[in-house]
Design a protein around this ligand. Structure first.
Ligand code: ADP
Length: 334
């Protein structure tokens, strides 16, 4: 389906797919990861072998799925997509693995959320290209060994530390994706604007870029919201004032903090006097899942100096107080 059709139907996922870079050369930013991965793939091609298993970690929307697709594309191999939560039994995994052909790339998103038995089956499959399928229960159970053609596993996780050591160790190449710099996001927004046929001015795209939380997925989404605003409230051109007004309307603040980011520092400062407070308590107070606070909001807040992790819990930094327009409490007199 065309990009225009996907957009007309408001199909976010299809639009996102259409905006994905298709080759390593098209990937913006992540220079080190791109160079390292390029080398891994090139070497595998020269040897005529499937590349080593690859683990990609980093917050949502930074390009993990995109890179998995590029790995398959650059190897000329089919890609199979699944996710940790979809693999609840070892049997689910055995079914996927037994259908693989030599050189296929298997992408497992949220690989840290796979069930324990499936995880153990995966160790063996990654290392020996073999699994034991257990038939029956109790004393009569038998393990039937099943050979799997050499394949490449690409695992994605928000934090590599969430994976058990033995699983982590079986990846030959591990890459951590970092938040993007505003100038990199600007290039991404400009590229997407071209593909979406949006009329933009350069200070309009740089405004969107600087308020995108360091995240390409958000940059692409905000571009489309700003375009809506430009069409309805202006003459269709994304200028600086248009971008500013639109982003204010969508509650994306000057520094790119979204509603959850702000809720976290707001609760931390106003309700808990700046902390320290445990992550679970903080999550309950903002009405979100602990995982969402820990894996989505926190990495951005920490990296931008609004929040610090201490052994006793999370604390607000002076920048957080200032950003909320509040005065940090003075240190208690000694
Ligand atoms: P993840 O799997 O990490 O959640 P995705 O790979 O789905 O993230 O990326 C989300 C969106 O951001 C995609 O539509 C893609 O177009 C865009 N994107 C991600 N990384 C890049 C990049 N390095 N260059 C250009 N666009 C990117």
């Amino acid at each position: 389906r065309s990009l225009t059709a996907a957009e007309a139907e408001g199909d976010e996922r299809a639009v996102e797919a259409a905006l994905r870079p298709r080759t390593l050369d098209e990937v913006v930013g992540q220079v080190r990861v791109r160079d390292q991965l390029g080398l891994v793939l090139e070497a595998a091609r020269m040897r005529g072998r499937a590349p080593d298993h690859v683990l990609l970690s980093g917050p949502p929307g930074l390009g993990k799925t995109t890179l998995a697709m590029i790995i398959a594309g650059e190897m000329g191999a089919p890609l199979r997509l699944t996710s940790g939560p979809a693999i609840t039994h070892a049997g689910d995994l055995a079914a996927i693995l037994s259908g693989m052909n030599e050189g296929d790339v298997l992408f497992v998103d949220e690989i840290h959320r796979m069930s324990r038995p499936a995880e153990e089956m995966l160790y063996m499959a990654m290392e020996d290209f073999r699994v034991d399928v257990v038939i029956g229960k109790g004393p009569g159970a038998t393990a039937i060994p099943l050979e799997i053609p050499p394949f490449t596993l690409v695992g994605a996780t928000t934090r590599a530390g969430l994976l058990p050591g033995p699983l982590r160790d079986r990846f030959g190449f591990t890459a951590h994706l970092e938040f993007y710099e505003p100038d990199e996001l600007d290039l991404i927004v400009q590229r997407s604007a071209r593909l979406l046929d949006v009329d933009v001015e350069s200070d309009g795209t740089s405004e969107i870029a600087s308020r995108s939380r360091g995240t390409p997925r958000i940059a692409n989404r905000l571009l489309r919201r700003v375009r809506d605003y430009a069409q309805v409230r202006a003459d269709g051109v994304v200028t600086l004032p248009v971008a500013q007004s639109a982003l204010d309307l969508y509650e994306v603040d000057q520094l790119g903090l979204d509603r959850l980011d702000r809720a976290v520092i707001d609760v931390l400062c106003r309700r808990f006097g700046g902390g320290p407070v445990g992550i679970s308590t903080l999550a309950v107070a903002v009405g979100e899942e602990r995982e969402t606070v820990e894996e989505v909001a926190e990495p951005f807040l920490v990296r931008n100096g609004f929040l610090a992790r201490t052994p006793r819990g999370r604390v607000a930094t002076p920048a957080a107080w200032t950003h909320l327009g509040l005065r940090a409490p003075a240190e208690a007199p000694a």
